[in-house]
Design a protein around this ligand. Structure first.
Ligand code: HEM
Length: 399
C-alpha cells in the first residue's frame, strides 16, 4: 500500500494515536511505515567507537528541538562525508572521509524527568521499557561515568573520523547540553569472516540474534508494537563500561579461563565440542554426573535457554584508557598501576526489563567471570526511529 503523508499530518497522527486507526492501518503499523531505524544498530559494526553522553542544560523544550534539528542535519552531512557551512567547517574535515561513519542518538531518563522535575513537559511520554535499571550485585558505577540525558554513539572505520563527528556535535550543543562522560573503543580486525577476540583472548560475538530475519529483529530488537508511538522503529540501548582485572586474568591457567567462559579459548567451541558454532553443551555431564559446562560459566548464564528465551543484540567494543593507580585495593600485591581496560558493552533490545536485566540479574550473582570484571559506569537510552525527512526525536518532541 502506498502511503504518503506530509510530516505535519504524520506527526499529528502519531500524537493522537491512542487506540485509533489511520487509513485502515493500525497505529503502530502506520507509525512504523513512516519511521526508519537509526544507523549504527542493525548496520555492520565499524571497528572504532566514540561514545559520548550529555547533560541537558536547555531550559525550554524548544531548545531541545533546535538541538536535535542541528544534530540531525550535521549527522546526515557527516555520514555522507559532506561539509555544511556554519555547521561543519570545511578546513576541519578536509581529507577526512566519512569512513563508514554511523551516528546513533539516544534519550536517557533525564530528558523525561530529572531530580523530580518534568523540565520539558515530557514525563508522560517516558516509555515503560526506559525504567531505571536496578542496582545489580557487584555494581560499582562511578557517577562521573554514569547516566546522561542524551547519548551519541559514533562508529567509523577510522578513530579520528569517529572523534571528529562527536566534536562537531558537542560544539553544536553549546548552550543546550554539556558533555558528561565519554568512552572510546576498538574492535580487532581478524578478517571479515572471523569472530573478533575480546581483551580476555576469547572469541566474542559468536552468538547474536540473527537480526537479518525481520521476525527475530521485531521480537528481540525493535520497540514492540504496543510501545509508545514515538518509539516505533526504535530500540533501547544498555551501555556498561566493564573494567577487566587483566593482570589477575593473565595469571590464570587456560583451563580455568575456559571453565569460566564456558567455551574453548583457541577455537571458541563449546566445552567438549569441536566447532565454534556448535550448540553449547548445557545438558551434557561427565562420568561423575557433573555438567561439562560449569554452572557458573559465562556462556551458560548468558544463553537464552537458561533465561526463558531472553535475547539482546550485543555490539561491544574493547576499551583501553591506559593505566590507573589503585591504592586502596586489598590485598597489597594488587595495589599499584593497573590497566584501565575492558569491554565497552553496548546492547540493543526491545525492552531492557526482559533483555539485559533479565539476563544480568542472575549473571551478576553467579557468573565466574565476575571475579575478573567490574561494572564501573554506563547508561540507559531510548533510541527512537526517525520520521523520513524529519529529525531524530521529532515524533516525541513535537507532540
Ligand atoms: C567483560 C565482560 C564480558 C565479556 C568478556 C564477555 C564475553 C563473552 C564471550 C567470550 C561469550 C561467548 C562467545 C559469544 O557467544 O559471543 C559471550 C557470550 C554472551 N554474553 Fe558476554 N561477556 C561480557 C559481559 C556480558 C554481559 C554484561 C552480558 C549481559 C547480559 C553478556 C551477555 C552475553 C550473551 C547474551 C552471550 C551469548 C550467549 C548465547 O546466546 O549463547 N555478556 N560473552
Amino acid at each position: 500500500m502506498d502511503f504518503i503523508l506530509s510530516r505535519r499530518a504524520a506527526l499529528g497522527s502519531l500524537a493522537g494515536c491512542a487506540g485509533w486507526h489511520l487509513a485502515g492501518l493500525s497505529c503502530a503499523r502506520a507509525a512504523s511505515s513512516l519511521l526508519q531505524h537509526q544507523p549504527g544498530i542493525a548496520t555492520p559494526q565499524e571497528p572504532f567507537l566514540y561514545f559520548l553522553t550529555f547533560d541537558l542544560t536547555a531550559e525550554k523544550r524548544q531548545d531541545v528541538i533546535d538541538l536535535m534539528r542541528r544534530w540531525t542535519r550535521a549527522a546526515d552531512a557527516l555520514m555522507a562525508g559532506k561539509v555544511l557551512p556554519g555547521l561543519i567547517d570545511p578546513e576541519d574535515a578536509e581529507g577526512l572521509s566519512a569512513k563508514g561513519l554511523t551516528l546513533t542518538f539516544g534519550f536517557g531518563p533525564g530528558l523525561f524527568i530529572r531530580d523530580g522535575k518534568d523540565r520539558y513537559n515530557l514525563a508522560a511520554l517516558r516509555p515503560a521499557p526506559l525504567a531505571d535499571l536496578p542496582r545489580f550485585n557487584g555494581d560499582q558505577l562511578v557517577a562521573a561515568h554514569t547516566g546522561g540525558d542524551l547519548c551519541v554513539q559514533s562508529c567509523a572505520g577510522d578513530p579520528q573520523t569517529a572523534f571528529h563527528a562527536v566534536r562537531i556535535l558537542a560544539s553544536l550543543a553549546y548552550g543546550a547540553a554539556t558533555p558528561r562522560w565519554a568512552q572510546t573503543g576498538f574492535m580487532p580486525d581478524f578478517g571479515k569472516r572471523k569472530t573478533p577476540r575480546n581483551l580476555m583472548g576469547f572469541k566474542d560475538g559468536t552468538i547474536n540474534p540473527d537480526i537479518s530475519n525481520p521476525k527475530i529483529a521485531d521480537r528481540v530488537l525493535w520497540a514492540a508494537p504496543g510501545d509508545l508511538p514515538w518509539m516505533q522503529g526504535g530500540t533501547y540501548l544498555v551501555a556498561r563500561i566493564i573494567r577487566m582485572a587483566l593482570e589477575h586474568w593473565d595469571r590464570m591457567k587456560v583451563a580455568f579461563q575456559e571453565e569460566t567462559m564456558g567455551r574453548q579459548k583457541q577455537s571458541g567451541a563449546p566445552i567438549g565440542g569441536h566447532g565454534e558454532f556448535e550448540p553449547l553443551t548445557l545438558k551434557q555431564t561427565d562420568r561423575d554426573g557433573n555438567p561439562i559446562t560449569a554452572q557458573g560459566a559465562h556462556a551458560r548464564l548468558a544463553a537464552p535457554e537458561e533465561n526463558d528465551g531472553a535475547q539482546i543484540l550485543r555490539r561491544a567494543y574493547a576499551y583501553d584508557n591506559g593505566l590507573s593507580y589503585v591504592a586502596e585495593r586489598w590485598p597489597p600485591w594488587r595495589q599499584g598501576n593497573e590497566f584501565d581496560a575492558g569491554l565497552m558493552f553496548l546492547a540493543y533490545q526491545q525492552d531492557p526489563r526482559t533483555g539485559f536485566t533479565k539476563i544480568f540479574e542472575r549473571m551478576s550473582k553467579f557468573d565466574m567471570m565476575n571475579q575478573f570484571t567490574t561494572h564501573v559506569g554506563g547508561g540507559l537510552f531510548a533510541c527512537p526511529g526517525r520520521l523520513t525527512g524529519g529529525y531524530v526525536g521529532q515524533t516525541l518532541l513535537e507532540v
